[in-house]
Ligand binder design. Structure first.
Ligand SMILES: Nc1ncnc2c1ncn2[C@@H]1O[C@H](COP(=O)(O)OP(=O)(O)OP(=O)(O)O)[C@@H](O)[C@H]1O
Ligand SMILES: [Mg+2]
Length: 372
C-alpha cells in the first residue's frame, strides 16, 4: 500500500488539502486580469496552490500559463532564455506553429530555434548577440501582450520574484506590467518575505501599490484533521485523535511539516497510530532537520538567540512585559533591536502584535534544545 501523504515538491490531486477560498480568489482575480502578489515562507505551499488554481483555469477557461522560476537565473540573458521558453511552451501547439507565431505576430527578430529532449519535449531558444540583449529583452517582455491580443488568455507567473532586484529588472518589469494592464495577468510569488515586502510596499520602489496582495496562512485545523484521518482510513489504518492533535500542535498547520509528520507516522504504523508512534516519528523528523536548524541557530548573534527564546517562552505575546525581560536578563531596547533583525532575516513573523518563528519546527527545536 502506498503512503497517502507526501512532502517535498508540488502536490496535486489526492495529496492536495483545502485552500478552497484561496483557489477561488486566484481564479477570479486572474480572470479579471488583475496582478497578484503571494508571499509566504518556504515550503508553505505557494507553488502547489498556484499550480492548482491555474490548472483549473487552463482546463475550464482555456488559459495559458507562463511559469518562470527566477531562482536559478543569474543574469539578463538567462532571464530572456527562461522567459522565452516558458512563453513558447505555454502555447501548447506544434513546434512549427509556435515558431511561426514568434516570427509573424510577435515579430521577434533573433532566430528562434527549437530542439527536443530524449522524452520529446521541445526546448525553445533565441540566438542573439550580447549587443542585442536589451532589444531582445524588450521584445520578449512584450510578447505576452501580443499573445493576449491574438485572442489567447494568458497568465504569467514569476516564482521567487525577489530575485528580480539582483537581476536589475525591477523597474523595467514594472513598466511592462503596468502597460499590459488587464490584458495580461501577472502573478508574483516569493519566499523571502522581508524582501518581497520591501519591493511592494516601499513608496520609492517601482512596484509600490501595483498589485493585489493575497496573504497565505497555514491550512486550517479542521481541513487537516479530515485530510489526515481520510489518508489513514482509505489505506486501512487508524489514527488516534490525540495523534492528529499532536501533529497539528507541532506543525501549527504548516503544510510541509504536517505532511512530513503524517507521512512518517503512517510508515511506522502497522494498524493503529498512537502517541508512542507519534513520538518516534517526531524524533526522526527533528533528527533530519537538526543540521539545518543548528546552522540557522549558529548564524544568529547571542542576543538574537535570547530574543528568540523569549518569544517562544512568551508564546509571542507581550514580549516586552517586564517579567519576560527580567527572566531573560535583556533590556527592552536590546530586545527591540534583536526583534527587528529577526524579522528582517525572516526568522520570525509578526501579526497583530504576536510574534512567531516562521518555521514552527525550528521553534519547537529551540524550545526543546538540551532535552533530547
Ligand atoms: N494544499 C496542500 N495540501 C497538502 N500539502 C501541501 C499543500 N501545499 C503544500 N503542501 C506540502 O508542502 C510541501 C511544499 O509545497 P510547495 O512546494 O507547493 O511549497 P512552496 O511554498 O512553493 O515551497 P518553496 O518555497 O520551497 O518553493 C509539499 O510537498 C506538501 O508536502
Ligand atoms: Mg515553490
Amino acid at each position: 500500500m502506498q503512503n497517502p501523504f507526501y512532502y517535498g515538491g508540488v502536490v496535486y490531486d489526492e495529496h492536495f488539502c483545502d485552500r478552497t477560498t484561496e483557489i477561488e480568489t486566484i481564479k477570479n482575480d486572474v480572470e479579471a486580469g488583475m496582478n497578484l502578489l503571494i508571499y509566504a515562507p518556504r515550503r508553505f505551499g505557494k507553488t502547489s496552490l498556484v499550480m492548482k488554481a491555474l490548472g483549473e483555469l487552463e482546463k475550464k477557461e482555456g488559459f495559458h500559463t507562463v511559469f518562470v522560476d527566477l531562482m536559478p537565473i543569474t543574469d539578463k540573458r538567462e532571464f530572456i532564455d527562461a522567459y522565452f521558453h516558458a512563453i513558447a511552451a505555454s502555447l501548447r501547439g506544434p513546434a512549427e506553429k509556435i515558431v511561426a507565431f514568434f516570427k509573424q505576430v510577435a515579430k521577434i527578430r533573433p532566430n528562434v530555434t527549437v530542439s527536443f529532449d530524449a522524452a520529446g519535449n521541445p526546448r525553445y531558444a533565441l540566438s542573439f548577440s550580447s549587443r542585442d540583449i536589451q532589444a531582445t529583452l524588450d521584445e520578449v517582455l512584450e510578447t505576452p501582450l501580443l499573445y493576449a491580443r491574438s485572442g489567447k488568455r494568458i497568465v504569467v507567473v514569476f516564482d521567487e520574484f525577489q530575485q528580480i532586484v539582483q537581476l536589475g529588472l525591477e523597474a523595467k518589469l514594472r513598466s511592462v506590467v503596468q502597460r499590459h494592464g488587464s490584458e495580461v495577468s501577472y502573478l508574483f510569488m516569493g519566499s523571502k518575505q522581508s524582501l518581497m515586502r520591501e519591493i511592494f510596499t516601499d513608496k520609492n520602489r517601482a512596484f509600490y501599490k501595483s498589485v493585489k496582495h493575497l496573504p497565505l496562512g497555514p491550512i486550517g485545523e479542521e481541513e487537516w484533521r479530515a485530510y489526515i484521518r481520510d489518508g489513514f482510513e482509505r489505506t486501512g489504518k487508524n489514527v488516534d485523535d490525540e495523534v492528529i492533535a499532536a501533529i497539528l500542535s507541532v506543525s501549527a498547520g504548516f503544510p510541509y511539516y504536517t505532511q512530513q509528520l503524517a507521512y512518517e507516522i503512517w510508515e511506522m504504523t502497522p494498524k493503529n497510530a498512537d502517541m508512542e508512534i507519534f513520538a518516534k516519528a517526531l524524533r526522526l523528523v527533528l533528527e533530519r532537520e537538526e543540521d539545518l536548524f543548528r546552522q540557522e541557530w549558529e548564524r544568529l548573534t547571542l542576543t538574537q538567540r535570547k530574543a528568540l527564546k523569549l518569544i517562544i517562552a512568551a508564546e509571542g505575546k507581550e514580549i516586552y512585559a517586564a517579567h519576560h525581560l527580567e527572566a531573560f536578563s535583556i533590556t527592552s531596547s536590546t530586545l527591540q533591536k534583536a526583534v527587528k533583525a529577526l524579522l528582517k532575516k525572516d526568522i520570525i513573523d509578526e501579526t497583530a502584535g504576536t510574534y512567531r518563528p516562521q518555521d514552527p519546527l525550528f521553534g519547537y527545536w529551540i524550545a526543546h534544545q538540551g532535552n533530547s
